[in-house]
Design a protein around this ligand. Structure first.
Ligand SMILES: NC(=O)c1ccc[n+]([C@@H]2O[C@H](COP(=O)([O-])OP(=O)(O)OC[C@H]3O[C@@H](n4cnc5c(N)ncnc54)[C@H](O)[C@@H]3O)[C@@H](O)[C@H]2O)c1
Length: 379
């Protein structure tokens, strides 16, 4: 008989119960214990599933001798300490996004997992979703032509977080999707925002990520919008995609539209942009819950001892982008250039064609084409 992977979940707030439901649904997994410091949240989770053991001490889960894996769905400020303790106790560890509060913390976790031969996975849920995988497939096949820009909006009223601003809460979804689609790490980032409700915690941010070859992406994140919006536009030289994650069936629409500048003209009267309006097309997508696929992938990786698609390195790259965004935010939007593996610097923007500019630190351009980020879809 196949051995079941025994799992414990830390955190039963908003997201924890979804993880509990999904891990419980997996045939190769036995969810044994859940934990929350808040007794009311713990009771809520245990009332949903009467077979679960509920504890208020995370140590009971982390040090539990009958568990192989720990899932961390607590606020971000606690991720590092809980994940470190979990890995040191020999448990495979699944951490909710964002992985930790700094790149130094991520690097330490990656190192412990590597030394102990354990699976370390970060939940960048959208990389397990059918629309995002389909978009990446279309882009990487060249069907959109050259990607010109990506624009993403993730807006709604609340849920306000206390320990992180809206960029760290919502933008990781957009950043993970954009880096995955483009298979590239940005050269630079800038970010502006404002804290309107809780002092010091920005509830609205706008960031721009700059990539080589004039490609860029903009991300608008807000907890202060009347309507819930989850929309991304990917604009290519030949076609464009609109991805609306709130649609139930038609999440992606591909538009066969483009604008072409005439190659030659002698007089102004001869000059006309040519607008191409073709069909729009809605590809069929599998209806599978992305979080379920992410949970299943974690269990598969433990069983087969393989690297997760969104492993520790992936989590680290995300935190590098968020740290760059925070540095820029502090200076009201000054561009942050990504440097080598140990960081970057606030500096004038690089030239927009991705070529080296004399004012750009040499390390920045090396990172721009750094292959570590090249992430591939689920097979
Ligand atoms: N992947 C996604 O799409 C997605 C969506 C929402 C939230 N998240 C992530 O999930 C995590 C939790 O977010 P949330 O919205 O559920 O937060 P939340 O505040 O609603 O819930 C967190 C829970 O953890 C408990 N907790 C705090 N410290 C603890 C500890 N040391 N041990 C055990 N329990 C502890 C709290 O009492 C609370 O009930 C965050 O990292 C967040 O970014 C991910």
């Amino acid at each position: 008989m196949k051995r079941l992977i025994r799992v414990g979940v830390l955190g039963c707030g908003y997201w924890g119960p979804l993880l509990i439901r999904n891990f419980r649904s997996l045939p190769d997994c036995r969810l044994k214990v859940v934990c929350d410091l808040d007794i009311a949240r713990l009771k809520h989770a245990c009332a949903l599933y009467s077979d679960l053991e509920g504890v208020t001490s995370p140590e009971r889960v982390i040090k539990g001798t009958d568990l192989e894996a720990v899932v961390i769905a607590t606020p971000v400020r606690s991720h590092y300490a809980l994940a470190k303790a979990s890995l040191l106790a020999g448990k495979h560890t699944f951490i909710e996004k964002p992985m930790a509060t700094s790149t130094a913390e991520c690097e330490e976790l990656i190192d412990i997992a590597r030394r102990k031969g354990l699976i370390l996975m970060v939940d960048h849920t959208f990389l397990y979703s059918a629309p995002v995988r389909k978009i990446a497939e279309i882009v990487q096949a060249g069907d959109l032509g050259e990607i010109r820009y990506i624009n993403s909006r993730r807006l709604n009223l609340g849920l306000f977080q206390k320990d992180i601003n809206v960029a760290w809460d919502l933008a990781p979804h957009d950043i993970s999707i954009i880096l995955y689609i483009l298979s590239e790490f940005p050269i630079a980032i800038n970010c502006q925002g404002n804290a309107h409700v809780s002092p010091g915690v920005e509830d609205v941010t706008n960031m721009s990520l700059f990539f080589p070859h004039k490609r860029f992406a903009t991300i608008q994140s807000s907890w202060l919008e009347p309507r819930k919006i989850r929309e991304m536009t990917i604009v290519g030289s030949q076609r464009m995609i609109v991805y609306d994650d709130l649609q139930t069936r038609e999440k992606i629409r591909i538009y066969d539209v483009r604008v072409v500048r005439p190659p030659h003209y002698d007089t102004f009267a001869e000059f006309h942009y040519s607008y191409h309006y073709g069909d729009s097309y809605i590809p069929h997508l599998q209806q599978e819950e992305p979080l379920n696929l992410a949970c299943r992938h974690f269990i598969d990786c433990i069983e087969t001892n393989s690297h997760p698609i969104t492993g520790g390195r992936h989590g680290l790259e995300m935190i590098r982008v968020l740290e760059g965004a925070s540095a820029s935010l502090k200076t009201n939007g000054a561009p942050f250039l990504f440097g080598g593996p140990n960081g970057g610097a606030l500096a004038p923007m690089p030239s927009n064609d991705g070529a080296r500019s004399s004012s750009r630190p040499k390390r920045a351009s090396r990172t721009a084409s750094h292959p570590r980020l090249l992430v591939r879809g689920i097979t």
